[in-house]
Design a binder for this molecule. Structure first.
Ligand code: CP
Ligand code: NVA
Length: 303
C-alpha cells in the first residue's frame, strides 16, 4: 500500500473523519443486529501484536475482522521473535508484507511510531503508555448514541492523567467539547497533548469542581498496565479522586458515566456509580467492536 493511513492518535484523523466513523459505527451496529452479512474484507488479514494484556481490544478486533469477512492473528511476545529481541522495525517490515493491517498494543508510544514508520500497511494503536485512541472512538460513539452530539458539552475526567486522559484531551480538540481534568499534582496529562489541544481543557485539583454540571464523567484505573509496582502508593494518592455518588451529584442530572474497563470497584469508582443509573459502560465496551469495524473499513477500503 502506498502511504498507508495510520491511526496512532485521534489527531491522525480530521474531525470530519472522526464524525464519519462514529456515524458508520452506528450503521454497522444496526446491520449486525439484523444479522446482515457484510464482508468487504474477505481474505484480508489483521496482525494483532499484544505486548500487554487485553480482553476487549483483542476480542473486538478479532470478532470485527471475522464479521467483515477477514481474519485476525494474535501475536504475543511470549511466542513470537519480538519477545526474543527481534527489532520492532524488522518485525514491522516482515509482518506488513504478509498482513493487510496491524494493530499494536505496547508500552512506549515510540514503539508504535517506529512500527508504523516501517510498515507498508496501516497501523492501529491498540493502546500505548501515551494514548488509547480506539477506546475514544467507542466512547464518542456511546455518547452520541445516548445523548447526541458531544460538541459544546462538558466532560469531567477524574483521576490519573494517563493514556486515556491524553486521548480525551485530543478528542476535546477534535470534537470541540470542554474537558475538566481533576488529578493530583504530578499526575497531569502529557504536556505535549495539553499544548496542542489545551484551549479546550482545564487541569484542576478538586474533583467536585471538575464534575460541576458535567454531561459526561469519566475515570480509569489508578495504576495502568506497567505501573503495578506503584499500586499501593497510587491508591493513597488517588483516594480523593474516587468517582462516587457525591461526584455524580455535582454533575448534570442526565450525566453519563464511562470507564474503559477493566474497573476496580470501590477504588477509582464505587459500585453504586459503575452499576448505577448513569453508567453506560457496557454499551461503551460493546462499541469497541462497531467503531473498530468502521475504522478497519475506513483504513482498508476507504469507506
Ligand atoms: N478498554 C480496553 O482496552 O480493555 P482491554 O485492556 O481489555 O483491551
Ligand atoms: N489506563 C489503562 C487502560 C486499560 C485499557 C492501562 O493502560 O492499563
Amino acid at each position: 500500500m502506498k502511504n498507508p493511513r495510520h491511526f496512532l492518535s485521534l489527531l491522525d484523523l480530521t474531525p470530519g473523519e472522526i464524525r464519519g466513523l462514529i456515524a458508520r459505527a452506528g450503521e454497522l451496529k444496526a446491520m449486525q443486529a439484523r444479522h446482515e452479512v457484510y464482508e468487504p474484507l474477505k481474505n484480508w488479514s489483521l496482525g494483532m501484536v499484544f505486548e500487554k494484556s487485553s480482553t476487549r481490544t483483542r476480542v473486538s478486533f478479532e470478532v470485527g475482522m471475522t464479521q467483515l469477512g477477514g481474519h485476525a492473528i494474535f501475536l504475543s511476545p511470549n511466542d513470537t521473535q519480538l519477545g526474543r529481541g527481534e527489532p520492532i522495525e524488522d518485525s514491522a517490515r516482515v509482518l506488513s508484507r504478509m498482513v493487510d493491517v496491524v494493530m499494536i498494543r505496547t508500552f512506549a508510544h515510540d514503539r508504535v511510531r517506529r512500527f508504523a514508520e516501517h510498515s507498508r500497511v496501516p497501523v492501529i494503536n491498540g493502546l500505548s503508555d501515551l494514548l488509547h485512541p480506539c477506546q475514544l472512538l467507542a466512547d464518542l460513539q456511546t455518547y452520541f448514541e445516548h445523548r447526541g452530539d458531544i460538541a459544546g458539552k462538558r466532560v469531567a475526567w477524574i483521576g490519573d492523567g494517563n493514556n486515556m486522559c491524553n486521548s480525551y484531551v485530543e478528542a476535546a480538540r477534535q470534537l470541540d467539547f470542554s474537558l475538566n481534568i481533576a488529578c493530583p499534582p504530578g499526575y497531569e496529562p502529557s504536556a505535549e497533548a495539553l499544548e496542542t489541544c489545551g484551549k479546550h481543557c482545564s487541569v484542576m485539583r478538586d474533583p467536585m469542581q471538575a464534575a460541576q454540571d458535567a454531561d459526561l464523567v469519566v475515570t480509569d484505573v489508578w495504576a495502568s498496565m506497567g505501573q503495578e509496582s506503584e499500586q499501593a502508593q497510587r491508591r493513597d494518592i488517588f483516594t480523593p479522586y474516587q468517582v462516587n455518588n457525591a461526584i455524580m451529584e455535582q454533575a448534570a442530572p442526565d450525566a453519563v458515566f464511562m470507564h474503559c474497563l477493566p474497573a476496580h470497584r470501590e477504588e477509582e469508582v464505587t459500585a453504586s456509580v459503575i452499576d448505577g443509573p448513569h453508567s453506560v459502560v457496557w454499551d461503551e465496551a460493546e462499541n469497541r467492536l462497531h467503531s473498530q469495524k468502521a475504522l478497519l473499513e475506513f483504513l482498508l477500503v476507504g469507506k
